[in-house]
Design a protein around this ligand. Structure first.
Ligand code: KIV
Length: 273
């Protein structure tokens, strides 16, 4: 199907991909140029992730991203008018303070162009998810390795390897996924957990799961675009670079610098007479 002929991705269409449908392909994007590339490639969902912190802002964690910054990036992606569903990430601090802030800040992302919002956590944010859903804003949950819990996890560490009901343990993650599902979310990102646990969660929840570092049993997959394109110097072990654009970009800029230094640029073809 060509880019223009494929139908606009909607929340009901996402829900319909649970169990047995074609897996959902989600990719991040943070601006109009890259959103148009992701959309032309046929992605089902574009995540305007708070991974913008590491990918574009050079930050170590996602904790410093502001609401204003997320609104700006969501609006740039929305300007590309993608067929893919636009999911805007709620940044750290915009919903942890309770359902009222969660709804207010979700409304801000929708006004900027998001068609759904994503937030991290399970049991502890279920009330906020339900409040956002009551405001008619679709919510994507996110459990497992949740980068906004950086300090609690002691870094971006794989979760679900221990038993028990403390945050990040196997049973607690099952409870978290159940809570997100029950609260009315339309999809659930599962990040950085053993494949067997992601498969069990996928089996138990009624909504599509979208995995990253969570094995092949999820109802969909997500990658950070700059990892996929080989633009990030250091990416997680569970991310795959499908091309080495960083090397290609360095080679291209180096060729230009060499041409300038050698007075070979501009050439005759690009000179105005
Ligand atoms: O912010 C982000 O890009 C994410 C994905 C890694 C799921 O949350």
């Amino acid at each position: 199907m060509t880019e223009t002929s494929r139908p606009k991705m909607t929340v009901p269409a996402v829900l319909a991909r649970k169990n047995g449908g074609e897996p959902l392909a989600m990719v991040t994007a943070y601006d109009a140029t890259f959103a148009s590339i992701v959309d032309a490639a046929g992605a089902d969902m574009i995540l305007v992730g708070d991974s913008v912190a590491s990918v574009m802002q050079g930050a170590r964690t996602t904790l410093g991203v502001s609401m204003e910054q997320m609104e700006y990036h969501v609006s740039m992606v929305a300007a590309a008018r993608p067929r893919a569903l636009i999911v805007g990430d709620l940044p750290f601090g915009s919903y942890q303070t309770g359902p009222r802030d969660a709804v207010t800040n979700s409304v801000r992302l929708v006004k900027a162009g998001a068609e759904a919002v994503k937030l991290e956590g399970g049991v502890t944010v279920a009330e906020s998810i339900a409040a956002i859903v009551r405001a008619d804003i679709p919510v994507v949950g996110h459990v497992g390795l949740t980068p906004q819990s950086y300090h609690r996890m002691g870094g971006n560490k794989i979760q679900g390897r221990t038993s028990g009901d403390t945050a990040g343990s196997r049973e607690r993650l099952l409870d978290d996924a159940h809570a997100v599902d029950q609260a009315g979310a339309c999809a659930l990102v599962i990040e950085g957990v053993p494949a067997e646990l992601a498969a069990e969660i996928t089996d138990k929840v009624s909504i599509p799961t979208i995995g990253i570092g969570a094995g092949g049993s999820c109802d969909g997959q997500v990658l950070v675009l700059h990892d996929l394109l080989g633009l990030t110097p250091k990416s997680p072990s569970f991310a795959k670079a499908y091309v080495d654009l960083r090397s290609a970009a360095i080679d291209a800029v180096r060729a230009y610098v060499g041409d300038v230094h050698g007075r070979a640029w501009p050439d005759e073809e690009h000179t105005i007479r």
